[in-house]
Ligand binder design. Sequence first.
Ligand SMILES: Cc1cc2nc3c(=O)[nH]c(=O)nc-3n(C[C@H](O)[C@H](O)[C@H](O)COP(=O)(O)OP(=O)(O)OC[C@H]3O[C@@H](n4cnc5c(N)ncnc54)[C@H](O)[C@@H]3O)c2cc1C
Length: 229
Amino acid sequence: VRGDAAIAAAVRDAAAERIPLRIVGRGSWLDAGAPVHAARTLAVGDDTGVVAYSPGDLCITARAGTTLGELGAALAEHDQWLALDPDGGAEGTIGATVATGSYGPSAALYGATRSQLLGVVAVTGSGEIIRPGGRVAKNVAGFDLTRLLTGSWGTLGIITEVTLRVRPRAQMPGAVEHLRRPHTAGSGCCAPANPAGTARLAAALRAVFDPAGILNPGILDAPAAGETA
Ligand SMILES: Cc1cc2nc3c(=O)[nH]c(=O)nc-3n(C[C@H](O)[C@H](O)[C@H](O)COP(=O)(O)OP(=O)(O)OC[C@H]3O[C@@H](n4cnc5c(N)ncnc54)[C@H](O)[C@@H]3O)c2cc1C
């Protein structure tokens, strides 16, 4: 599905009938997290493309289905890069990377996923389009929904567009290149953790963002005995 309006319409249809949705980007990491039991798939991997890029402002806006490889290629033309290098490499979508809060070795120097995010556009479980953050580095203060949605594993909203902070290549020190080759397995984040202390908060947030409970249901559940997350 492409475009905020079409994605929102698909979510509203599902919410009206309480049909659980499995959100999919490129589908390369769907076994992460607890199993999702969803009757319908909402694929946003074909909603691709750079929407805005101003090298002078060091930020880029892209649709959620854009791969990390496509972003890297666009940025390289201006000798810039994005400090996000999760396992899975160039094929992963930026929407999934943000949704899962994925990051890699360069986080040690530049911070994890949230540190690279300036703003997102997302569709909640009610089919509402929300636009927290902005497309510039100087951003409105307040309750930071951009941070909340990062690493929410699709449970609070479908990320449809992201605006990212980028860096000149000169800031890509040899240390990061060294960490990358050979790639340090397991250096990124891991499968979703939902410690008991945060379970109530997660439930409260979902009641607001996804009252019908249709977005990736079950993905943050603790694994049953004998099951791996
Ligand atoms: C084999 C493998 C192992 C990996 N291991 C790690 C790791 O250990 N640590 C790490 O940090 N990263 C890891 N990754 C990183 C992962 O690459 C990124 O999250 C990535 O960008 C996946 O892209 P995708 O489009 O294929 O995701 P998908 O497989 O399509 O989706 C991954 C998850 O994100 C959700 N999702 C996808 N798109 C959206 C969206 N637009 N809005 C909301 N939710 C969405 C899906 O429901 C799903 O739960 C791994 C990737 C692979 C392929």
